[in-house]
Design a protein around this ligand. Structure first.
Ligand code: GAR
Length: 189
């Protein structure tokens, strides 16, 4: 099985996934797709010898060229890890139930357009939540609305800052996301 990771941030989840599948016989990371030219994930992928395909909005949304590239790398499964663009229909149709996303909150709370990274943790803090967590879900044509596959939560203290919340949630993401991907791959055969 070949996984493509779509990532455009610092790439810490992408790193965990690449580390995990380096020693797992279940799948390998065949490609990283990235839309930000100075994203941390580019250097991380190079360290693992994983090719990086840069994309722009025009190529991603106005053509289906990326599909040919994914196929040329034998891609069976796509994991979003800090990728913020809505996934176009042609990809969802080509990979039904084979695109997953990680979100840094307990969906359906704190999801939707504009809810990413620190915006999520600031909203959680402002609401005075006593817990937060991470969600892995299938990707459909709406932001953060696909079926939920897995969630893990953490307790929050009243004096936790948004940065503290981000740290707790990211630790959960690193702990669980690679294994959740592996379980999905095993269950899909
Ligand atoms: C992660 O916390 C991920 O959940 C979040 O971006 C971060 C990427 O960090 N994704 C979203 O907010 C999607 N709405 P990373 O680049 O270090 O893996």
């Amino acid at each position: 099985m070949n996984i493509a990771i779509f990532a455009s941030g610092s790439g810490s989840n992408a790193r965990k996934i690449m580390e995990h599948f380096q020693s797992s016989g279940v799948a390998r990371v065949a490609l990283v797709v990235c839309n930000r030219k100075n994203a941390g994930v580019i250097g991380i992928a190079a360290g693992f010898g994983v090719p990086v395909q840069m994309i722009d909005r025009n190529m991603f949304c106005e053509s289906e060229h990326l599909l040919d590239i994914l196929k040329s790398h034998g891609t069976d499964f796509i994991a979003l890890a800090g990728f913020l663009w809505l996934i176009p229909d042609y990809l969802i149709k080509a990979y039904p139930e084979r695109i997953v996303n990680i979100h840094p909150a307990l969906l359906p709370k704190y999801g939707g357009h504009g809810m990413y990274g620190h915006h999520v943790h600031e909203a959680v803090k402002a609401a005075g939540e006593q817990e937060s967590g991470m969600t892995v879900h299938y990707v459909n044509g709406q932001y953060d609305e696909g079926d939920i596959i897995f969630q893990a939560s953490c307790r929050l203290n009243p004096d936790d800052t948004p940065e503290d919340i981000a740290r707790k949630v990211l630790a959960l993401e690193h702990e669980h996301y690679p294994q959740v991907i592996e379980q999905i791959l095993l269950s899909q055969g």
